[in-house]
Design a protein around this ligand. Sequence first.
Ligand code: HEM
Length: 133
Amino acid sequence: MDEVEVTPYELLGGEQTVRRLVERFYDAMGRHEPELARLHRCDENGQVCRESRDRFALFLIGWLGGPDDYVNQFGHPRLRLRHGRVPVDTAMRDAWVRAMTRALDETGISGPVREFLDRRFPEVADFLRNTPG
Ligand code: HEM
């Protein structure tokens, strides 16, 4: 019998949890990491805008093994290229990871999928560094 592989997306509980995580991530960024939030398109209250939230949510859904709507709508993620205009140094990398860790805590994500995300998010954030310091 073929082995059935459970995706991180399924372990998280699907789209609803991913969208909750993304909302908490950008809310935490707006509250605690204003320098990082300012690099994003923000509304008049300094909160990261709806369009950016939705694009990141669609990306995460696909990246975690769910439906590939992001790729179908926007093409290959090419994360380094798409962050080319964004100066990512170690301070911004660490701010991003802090906001994500808060969001993972607030969303109550634990167990093996949390261990996976605690390893993978910092790796991707480090890979996106493009500015000394
Ligand atoms: C390392 C620190 C990071 C910084 C400073 C950063 C910053 C940004 C900024 C400024 C944008 C543009 C959004 C806007 O204009 O409102 C963006 C978009 C995006 N980021 Fe990051 N990001 C970081 C890490 C990550 C990581 C680790 C991931 C993936 C796990 C990621 C995935 C994305 C995606 C998918 C988009 C949308 C791209 C698009 O469709 O145009 N970012 N990021």
